[in-house]
Design a protein around this ligand. Sequence first.
Ligand SMILES: *[C@@H]1O[C@H](CO)[C@@H](O)[C@H](O)[C@H]1NC(C)=O
Ligand SMILES: *[C@@H]1O[C@H](CO)[C@@H](O)[C@H](O)[C@H]1NC(C)=O
Ligand SMILES: *[C@@H]1O[C@H](CO)[C@@H](O)[C@H](O)[C@H]1NC(C)=O
Ligand SMILES: *[C@@H]1O[C@H](CO)[C@@H](O)[C@H](O)[C@H]1NC(C)=O
Ligand SMILES: *[C@@H]1O[C@H](CO)[C@@H](O)[C@H](O)[C@H]1NC(C)=O
Length: 566
Amino acid sequence: MLKPQVFVALIIASAVALVHGRQTTVVPKAKFVPLHPAASTTSLQLTLVLPPTNIDGLHAALYNVSDHKSPNYGKHLSKSDVEAFVAPKPESVQAVTAWLAQHDIDVEVASPSGDMLRIDISVAKANELLAANFIEFKDKDTGATLTRTLSASIPDEVESHLQYLFPTTQFITPLHPNRPPFQVVSPTPEKPTSKRQGVDVCSIDVVPQCLEDYYHVPAAPGTAPGNSIAVAGYLNEIATEDDLEFFFLVWRPDVTTTPEFNVVSIDGGVTSGVGTSEASLDIQYTVGVATGVPTTLYSVGDSSPQGFIDIVNFLLGLDELPLVLTTSYGFNESDFQGSEDFANLSSSTFCNAYAQLGARGTSVFFASGDNGVYSFAFDSECDGTTFGPSFPSGCPFLTSVGATTGFDSGTEVVADFSGGGFSNIFPQPSYQSAAVKNYLDALGSTNAGLFNRTGRAYPDISAQGINYVTRINGTFFLLEGTSASTPVWASVVALLNDALLNAGKPPLGFINPLLYSEGAAALNDITSGSNTGCGAQGFPALAGWDPATGLGSPDYDKLLALVMGL
Ligand SMILES: *[C@@H]1O[C@H](CO)[C@@H](O)[C@H](O)[C@H]1NC(C)=O
Ligand SMILES: *[C@@H]1O[C@H](CO)[C@@H](O)[C@H](O)[C@H]1NC(C)=O
Ligand SMILES: *[C@@H]1O[C@H](CO)[C@@H](O)[C@H](O)[C@H]1NC(C)=O
Ligand SMILES: *[C@@H]1O[C@H](CO)[C@@H](O)[C@H](O)[C@H]1NC(C)=O
Ligand SMILES: *[C@@H]1O[C@H](CO)[C@@H](O)[C@H](O)[C@H]1NC(C)=O
């Protein structure tokens, strides 16, 4: 159940008292039931995060290249520039490796900058190393088992050299196969009515042509060398060439070349199999909208937060990054919370990974969640006491995408499930403070006490999210969710990048500073509806930014004029 008041139970005991070394203690949510001590020979893979040399420098550099008024706009950092900011100090590497060597533990470097190390050790060894007691827990809600300890300590000599160590005391449930972040609405006829009859039909079935008509997305293929889209896949989801080809046959008859996409496996993710819904949706609405832009599905085998880190580390290791990364999955932010310390270190590990991608010129998109102000929970799990934001949408260094619905001119409204709200971990970045203040002033006392007025507010933008015609294992289905909206925005930005690259200009990279300034006028402002997730009143869409649809949906023509003029 999503009971946000329960997360205060996840605390670090004596957070300030421990001058000698650092002990972390947690009280997990009640849904985690201890089963039995972990077998001493069970193997554990732990990731150690060392403090970055200059994280403020990375953030400043990110804003510098992302602020279109800066002389450095678009001068994205090189791989080595970014690594210099986040690489650990030599004394940290020395202290941590010496400590592990004392325990005869081999270390593997797990990130290109060296800020993450990885060790594979037995439970017995981990218990000894960390004065821990690893136990098998079962998540009653999802059935997942987690090997975790209620307490872990690190010695004095590494205390200041080890920022974060996981998974030890972190009770974050992996993405769950039976809880996809979208809903299959209904199968649609095998042979859909042939040609679109104007946008009216789009209120029933959304296909690429609807998005082209309504958002002015060009149908002409992108041509710029070096352009690319990365789609993150989890839960062993896969898309197939057969489904994609049939989708094109029916819905993109204007395209005469065979559509294709690449698959790259990370953490042993599947590379073939029967097409599944989320991956098919994501591929059909990237390849099918960003015509001609090379698209790769990164199939990540680990659906825990570790997999979210592994894909970023994989990408950061490339010399040429994908210019857009779209992810239609997320977690509950409350899972990352506890003491401020815990929240800070766990969440900033992720958020700083996205900042690195942005600094190098990748636009990072995440779905905002599919249950309104209760992120990824289902109705039965909401208690109405406080709203439950999603993760990582609260990270200020990525672009969070909500959902809208309705195609008749001027009537695009909030899709009521559109995730939105305010982070309890990340403070509000300055690029959005004026927009958020306007909203809060207009909102008055509505929902007072249910959300954190000082937190990073999301989503940033939105797009249609209901009735997406998707071919899955040989049948057309209608899908809905911010899962649909997110690849559409990724495609819009990929096509903008195509025009920019062809004009010899840099790609858009981290777009939030631009969107919250001049960019807002190039979007369709959504002013009607609210995100009533869990039956809560939710946040109403109002003129300007709102925590249901962000700044609005794309108008490609206006966006193109804006970015080409930068
Ligand atoms: C969000 O929280 C609810 C309630 O604890 C849980 O059932 C659900 O699985 C969580 N969703 C994710 C994606 O972790
Ligand atoms: C930002 O850009 C300006 C102008 O090029 C430069 O002088 C400054 O050093 C940059 N700051 C950072 C933090 O990169
Ligand atoms: C972490 O802690 C610092 C100071 O304690 C605070 O300024 C910051 O906003 C916190 N949150 C994050 C996500 O860094
Ligand atoms: C509200 O958000 C801020 C970050 O902006 C955080 O420091 C604070 O702890 C949050 N408050 C609550 C009650 O979660
Ligand atoms: C995929 O389609 C085939 C052929 O219709 C069917 O036999 C199979 O059960 C389907 N698989 C899944 C997982 O739906």
